[in-house]
Design a protein around this ligand. Sequence first.
Ligand code: BMA
Length: 325
Amino acid sequence: MNHHAPDLFRRHPSNPLLTAATWPYPANSVFNPGATQLPTGEVLLMVRVEDRRGISHLTAARSDDGIHNWRIDAQPTFAAQSDHYPEELWGVEDARIVLLEELGLYAMTYTAYSRSGPLVALAMTEDFKTFERHGSIMPPEDKDAAFFPRRFGGRWALIHRPVPRLTEAKANMWLSYSPDLTHWGDHTVLIEARDGAWWDAGKVGLSSQPIETEEGWLIVYHGVRHTAAGALYRVGLALLDLDDPRRVLRRGDEWVINARTPYEIDGDVANVVFPCGAVLDQASGELRLYYGAADSCVGLITARLSDLLDWLRTQPEPAAAHAIA
Ligand code: BMA
């Protein structure tokens, strides 16, 4: 069956699922949620909440079906602790959640907004009530980071997106390895921003956490195109080898999600769709992406995993990224 990239995903009719107007306490905007499915079957989101000062924190929202009746913590669940973690001076943003199977703990990577710029920070949790902070794991500027749920050859792997200082250098997605979640090395470029007029020429970064499929790790990433009217944030797909995630098996040419509904094209930052969390419903084979719309509210967009893999199979096998790019 032939699938067309823009028709692979469907927005949920209840969108937007979460807004600042229905939040239990005053907020400017609620967006860019990390997501996971708990052993109880509940869907848990760690929603980025920007307060009216402009500083963000993360708050847990839980729902039995991942769509209705969200139970939202009455206070910030995970707020900046800049006294002990100075890198959190201007808040914490954009969580990605991965259950590290071997440890039985969730790794929550997030952006800490430090005086030197955004960096990657890590906190571990069992229950999304208490957290053990590991502090910064990548220096600024770096964000859009998530783990894989298990080690490769004894090492944990992290996708992240450092921003080089040379203006002619690209903001690419990188892969780094660690034996202990603390010491990182073996940094390589994973997916490069493309050139010129491409939809993902401005920069690229991981969106939701990697999803394990029979054909490889499904990577949902955002691509930015700079235009005279501002940046367009759109979403594309790639597939990584299951045993060696440095190998990019496929990369979709076309974007698969763009901003098109009123709540995506109008908000604090127009024309942004920004997933940070995914849940795969094994029974139905439905992939659910939870995303920030226009940096203002939370939406849900779904696709059949088999359709995404069918489409990716028609896409090019990319040339290897430059070793250091
Ligand atoms: C990116 C991130 C996201 C944000 C997006 C659009 O750089 O900071 O948190 O949603 O810009 O403003």
